[in-house]
Ligand binder design. Structure first.
Ligand code: ZN
Length: 260
């Protein structure tokens, strides 16, 4: 059976400070998500939180992670840059990344996107309908035409992201806005999936359709490519050409190159 080693990062701040959130997610949003993931065939789940050494994202943890899931909101700024560097390197090497909801402003997502990742928002407990616009994608399998959530925080366009490689969901909100709620990108050998649902004051991480999409996301984001692909991550010097070159009547100067 295919194995999926999942690490769920949650800053785990609101659940400890705010009584309403604590009641909704007594063990934290990471464990609510993890309880579902653990029941998926072949899945093993590890947790990482902000207050752990290295935020729970040591080199060893990342080396043993196929897909990293990321939830953050109020403490994005407390994530150490050296950890962001480490996570980015692993993504480029092939670790999958799933960014949920307010993770759009996390250091790692903005690093991988290269844009501001800004959007507009409103907290009014309004209705959301996430329309599936790519029903043939692995991530949208097992769903109907849409997912409906009765009470959410609104996120609206413009969402300042690079054009997604594939768009999977477009949300409609009761207040009139729309939003690109499910997007995927490829970076190096890694795959990235952004999925919008998940505000801390709503029971969204108990919704079966939301959890199904996240589990599908893990299966999709696990690396399945070519580890031998030249030019990904490293810049090898190909000294020997495939064909013999004609003699060159040109004296090249010696130039210094950066050391790896
Ligand atoms: Zn939120």
């Amino acid at each position: 059976m295919e194995k999926y080693r999942v690490t769920i990062y949650n800053e785990f701040v609101h659940e400890k400070k705010n009584e309403f959130v604590k009641k909704l997610y007594p063990k934290g949003m990471h464990e609510a998500i993890g309880d579902y993931m653990k029941k998926e065939p072949g899945f093993s789940v590890n947790y990482a939180t902000l207050d752990m050494p290295d935020h729970g994202l040591t080199q060893e943890v990342l080396d043993n992670t196929d897909v990293l899931m990321w939830w953050g909101h109020v403490a994005h700024g407390q994530v150490k840059d050296e950890i962001v560097d480490r996570v980015q390197t692993r993504i480029l090497q092939g670790m999958g990344l799933i960014v949920m909801h307010s993770g759009h402003m996390s250091k790692i997502f903005r690093r991988m996107m290269g844009t501001s990742c800004g959007l507009c928002w409103r907290e009014a407990a309004e209705r959301e309908r996430l329309w599936v616009v790519n029903p043939n994608h692995q991530i949208t399998q097992g769903l109907g035409a849409y997912i409906e959530l009765p009470n959410v925080e609104m996120y609206g366009e413009v969402f300042d992201i690079p054009e997604p490689d594939e768009l999977l969901f477009i949300s409609w909100f009761e207040g009139g806005e729309v939003f690109r709620s499910g997007c995927v990108w490829h970076r190096g050998r890694g795959k990235i999936f952004y999925f919008r649902p998940g505000h801390e004051t709503f029971p969204i991480f108990y919704n079966k359709d939301v959890l199904k999409v996240l589990a599908n996301g893990v299966r999709w984001a696990k690396f399945a490519g070519n580890t031998e692909a030249r030019g990904v991550i490293e810049c090898p010097n190909v000294k020997e050409p495939l064909e013999k070159l004609s003699p060159k009547d040109y004296k090249m100067g010696e130039i210094e190159h950066p050391k790896a």
